[in-house]
Design a protein around this ligand. Structure first.
Ligand code: ATP
Length: 290
């Protein structure tokens, strides 16, 4: 046996090339792995996924053209590659912007300590959380439509500007009043920053997601659209069914319970939970429609 092992090493292993692996190489491999993983997740959650699928089909087509020596197709592919790259940047400008914003806003140091639940790290208070939950389900029970955007790391100033500026503390009464039918502020969305409502009647970007259920109208589409271009959590109260839904990271969860909404809000209540929250929303969950 010993002889066999010795022979094996002499015959096969001694001729193998083992590069010198340093600690920096391992760190480099880990960094590249994380970057590739993040890019793949980003692609999966955006329209870039479609682009990737399109690119794979195009690459397969070009490969076939190369195998069968189709020179005209190869020439066209070669000359149009630069144009296609620029076109991709233009088409995916919102997604790229969002990805860079996310990168810039992520507080890496605070992520190191996920248990830091100090007041300084609090995005909004328990009072605000309770007021949001209570008002949404109160409105749902009387079929009053509502759209509430809870801002996180990405500032929503450009959307605030589409509405009427407010500066008041979040409370159940104020929210019920704002969304009351036939009142001047009931149309559009409310934006909540911290414990304050900063704006009402805001216009949100509509999602062009083809998979969204046809029974959902523009309120839900606007919530989903907003969740695609920002990291905000958006609460929707349906005027038609009284159902409460929530959108975040391009995912919509319909027909939620007060406990579910409270738990989603508490996940984003502290700034330190930023990383956790992104991870949670990467996969689809129960109730998710799109
Ligand atoms: N882009 C938008 N930004 C903000 N609010 C919007 C936007 N589009 C529609 N809304 C709000 O949604 C209301 C219309 O809702 P609509 O009935 O079309 O949607 P829905 O998803 O079917 O919701 P519901 O279940 O409440 O009927 C508008 O009155 C307005 O308040």
């Amino acid at each position: 046996m010993e002889q066999w092992i010795r022979n094996f090493f002499d015959n096969y292993v001694s001729d193998m090339y083992f590069p010198n692996v340093h600690l920096t190489d391992v760190i480099e491999i880990l960094i590249v792995t994380v970057i590739v993983y993040e890019i793949m997740l980003w692609m999966k959650n955006t329209k870039a996924w479609m682009l990737l699928k399109g690119m794979i089909v195009l690459a397969a087509f070009i490969l076939l053209a190369a195998i069968f020596q189709m020179h005209t197709i190869l020439y066209l592919a070669k000359t149009s590659i630069n144009v296609l790259a620029i076109a991709a940047v233009v088409v995916f400008q919102p997604e790229l912007r969002r990805a860079l914003e996310k990168l810039g806003e992520k507080n890496l140091l605070s992520n190191i300590n996920p248990f830091d639940r100090s007041k300084d790290n609090q995005r909004f208070s328990d009072e605000t959380l309770e007021a949001l939950v209570k008002s949404c389900f109160d409105m749902g029970s009387v079929s009053t439509g509502a759209l509430i955007v809870v801002e996180q790391a990405i500032r929503l100033t450009e959307y605030e500007m589409t509405g009427i500026e407010l500066d008041c503390k979040v409370s159940t009464q104020i929210l019920l009043n704002i969304f009351e039918h036939n009142t001047p502020l009931h149309d559009g969305a409310v934006i909540v920053r911290g414990d304050r409502i900063t704006s009402a009647t805001c216009y949100l970007p509509l999602s062009d997601n083809m998979q969204i259920s046809k029974e959902l109208g523009t309120r839900h589409r606007a919530a989903l659209g907003m969740s695609e271009v920002s990291d905000a959590l958006i609460i929707i109260v349906s005027e038609e069914s009284g159902q409460v839904s929530v959108a975040m990271g391009g995912q919509l969860v319909r027909g939620i319970t007060p406990e579910y909404l409270a738990s989603r809000l508490s996940q984003i209540q502290y700034r330190t939970s930023e990383h956790k929250k992104f991870t949670i929303w990467k996969g689809r969950q129960r109730h998710e429609e799109v």
